[in-house]
Design a protein around this ligand. Structure first.
Ligand SMILES: CC(C)(COP(=O)(O)OP(=O)(O)OC[C@H]1O[C@@H](n2cnc3c(N)ncnc32)[C@H](O)[C@@H]1OP(=O)(O)O)[C@@H](O)C(=O)NCCC(=O)NCCS
Length: 148
């Protein structure tokens, strides 16, 4: 429920059902990470290995509570997630970002630079074609190959 609340406090992230958040914390726990300050969840990166592509981590959502932003927490969580045992085979990191999400673009541009990796961009889900106008286009970002 803490994850559910955190995501709700981090627009423009889409909220998921609490059931979905529990699946992220259980089935996808080894490809996700949480940041806790005292007893409060202040950051999370949820992700999963793309089905059929075990070398690719898809970052589902990155959330940092407003009170913890601008201190490198998102970057630190990505860094620490990538060195977890479950990440041994990961060579590519993908995510989707809406065109106007400046902080998120900066985060992944910085991540690619830190890994001396190429960052490719393409349309993943189009505003008109896939969302019927109800949501901004989600651009697919692919970073890699990452060093073993
Ligand atoms: C995006 C988000 C996770 C960044 O968290 P954070 O811990 O503040 O980010 P960091 O401090 O690690 O900064 C990462 C980079 O983003 C930049 N950045 C952070 N906030 C920014 C902002 N509001 N505008 C522009 N750039 C920003 C930082 O300067 C840094 O880039 P740099 O190294 O080139 O200077 C956070 O703002 C958030 O939760 N936003 C709402 C949810 C969201 O949009 N999530 C991302 C989509 S998956």
């Amino acid at each position: 429920m803490a994850l559910h609340r955190l995501v709700g406090e981090c627009p423009p992230l889409d909220t998921n059902s609490s059931y979905c958040n529990l699946l992220q914390c259980s089935h996808f726990g080894s490809t996700s990470i949480a940041a806790v300050r005292t007893d409060d969840l202040v950051g999370s990166v949820t992700g999963y290995r793309v089905p059929g592509r075990p070398d690719t981590l898809f970052v589902w959502q990155v959330a940092v509570h407003p009170s913890a932003r601008g201190q490198g927490l998102a970057r630190t969580m990505l860094r620490k997630l990538l060195v977890q045992p479950a990440m041994r085979e990961i060579r590519f990191v993908e995510t989707s970002i809406t065109p106007g999400n400046e902080a998120s673009w900066r985060l992944f541009i910085g991540f690619a630079a830190e890994h001396h990796a190429v960052m490719e961009r393409s349309v993943m889900f189009d505003k008109a074609l896939h969302f019927q106008g109800a949501h901004d286009t989600e651009c697919l970002v692919r970073v890699g190959p990452l060093q073993a």
